[in-house]
Design a protein around this ligand. Structure first.
Ligand code: ATP
Ligand code: MG
Length: 403
């Protein structure tokens, strides 16, 4: 096994951001630092217009597993550093990298870049010297300059020679923390964690809002939501606050006083009002949900229109055009699916009406809500909301009250 020395980080889109570049780089470096803080010897460094992580003996696989999730990174490469290099030591190191690739490649190409002009061999000449050495010492391998299976890159700089032959794709996007804040309405289902992940992808920080109805919903259902928040936080800053809103009183009151076919519509309107109130307190400028057009009765365009009517805040719906199968694919890819399908009760599944209206109107919803003291109910729920910090590492989850 080759012991890699560094991980080179590439971050394409950020280069387009002109003056903001410094801020983006700093946020990305911070997010990476937080993501790998339990590998204490690994250090994030920015030098010569590039970013890399010096492993200092930490395992490449463990560190890369964390880093490759972080938004803002287009790809990464493990690199071998040869200090005080000679032609021979570069050749040997190149060969050992090539031999380490499993399964063994059939074709390769060498690309040498030399910025250290004191090194006696020019780039073109080095391509042949390194390529020839590999051909001589490895069986069954050929050079293919057009479509090589492996591209071995060698950079000869003053401070050392850097070799890499693996390119691991990242998720792209922008570093979380560079694009303001949204409140994510986070249920325990499949969709909303995916919506949160996609919101984060464009650089937004998110905080979760979860509506729970104890004693009808359990401690385990709450823990599931925190686990989901922990999983998606790994793509950003490594932690996420979740606002736990007590919803039992509101649901009970709606059920007692409003017509059954409008229960879901009215309940959702309360969710939006409460989410907006919490967003204001937390200085977030948008809400985000896992709604997808036409998926269920409460997600027809008429429903969205009626539910949306209680807030002026932008509601981001990253899944709005996606089929369930597309959403599930992402859930698998990002690691939320297995947790999402755990069968714990949700506040919405407890109060399901027999035939919910599919084409609600603002006028009717407002009319039915007239018997409720909306302001008091919202204020009361917000005041009793509890804030919990979710983390990908469970032992770091702590409970604290901000209000
Ligand atoms: P999900 O898989 O995200 O639960 P869903 O397909 O079950 O979505 P709905 O139950 O109609 O759809 O919910 C639509 C959206 O409303 C959810 O994606 C989520 O953003 C929000 N939501 C629903 N229930 C809750 C809850 N208990 N707490 C917070 N947000 C919720
Ligand atoms: Mg749901």
């Amino acid at each position: 096994m080759v012991q890699y020395d560094d991980i080179l980080i590439r971050y394409g889109e950020m280069a387009l951001k002109g003056k903001n570049r410094g801020m983006f780089e700093k946020q990305l470096a911070d997010n990476i630092r937080r993501g790998i803080h339990d590998f204490p010897k690994a250090k994030v460094e920015t030098a010569y217009g590039r970013m890399y992580v010096a492993l200092n003996g930490e395992p490449y696989d463990g560190v890369a597993e964390r880093i490759k999730k972080i938004f803002g990174i287009t790809s990464l490469s493990p690199t071998k550093r040869v200090e005080n290099f000679t032609l021979e030591s570069i050749q040997e190191a190149s060969l050992s990298l090539m031999k380490d690739i499993d399964p063994a490649p059939k074709t390769f190409k060498v690309e040498v870049k030399r910025t250290n002009k004191r090194f006696p061999h020019r780039s073109m000449e080095m391509n042949h010297l390194v390529g020839g050495f590999i051909l001589k010492n490895m069986d069954g391998i050929k050079v293919d300059v057009h479509q090589p299976e492996v591209l071995l890159k060698v950079e000869i700089r003053n401070e050392g020679a850097f070799l890499t032959c693996v390119n691991v794709p990242g998720f792209g996007g922008l570093p979380v923390g560079t694009g303001g804040k949204a409140m994510l309405l986070l249920s325990g289902g499949i969709d909303s964690p995916v919506a949160g992940w996609l919101t984060m992808k464009r650089g937004m920080r998110i905080e979760g809002i979860h509506f729970e109805s104890p004693p009808f919903t359990s401690e385990r259902a709450r823990q599931k939501v925190l686990d989901l928040a922990g999983i998606i936080s790994e793509y950003g800053t490594g932690e996420m606050r979740v606002h736990m809103v007590p919803f039992t009183e509101i649901q009970t009151e709606i059920r007692q006083k409003c017509p059954e076919h409008y229960l879901i519509t009215i309940m959702r309107r309360f969710m939006m009002r409460i989410a907006e109130a919490i967003a204001k307190k937390q200085k977030a400028l948008a809400l985000s949900t896992g709604e997808s057009l036409g998926q269920v009765a409460s997600q027809t365009i008429e429903s969205m229109h009626t539910i949306n009517n209680v807030t002026n805040y932008p509601i981001l719906r990253p899944l709005v055009t996606m089929d369930k199968s597309e959403i599930m694919q992402i859930a698998h890819k990002i690691g939320t699916y297995e947790t999402s399908i755990l069968p714990f009760e949700d506040c919405c599944t407890i109060f399901v009406p027999k035939s919910p209206v599919t084409r609600p109107t603002v006028e009717k919803a407002s009319e039915f809500e007239r018997v409720l003291d909306i302001e008091r109910l919202v204020q009361d729920a917000v005041e009793r909301t509890e804030v919990v910090k979710a983390s990908s590492k469970k032992e770091e989850q702590e409970q604290f009250d901000l209000f």
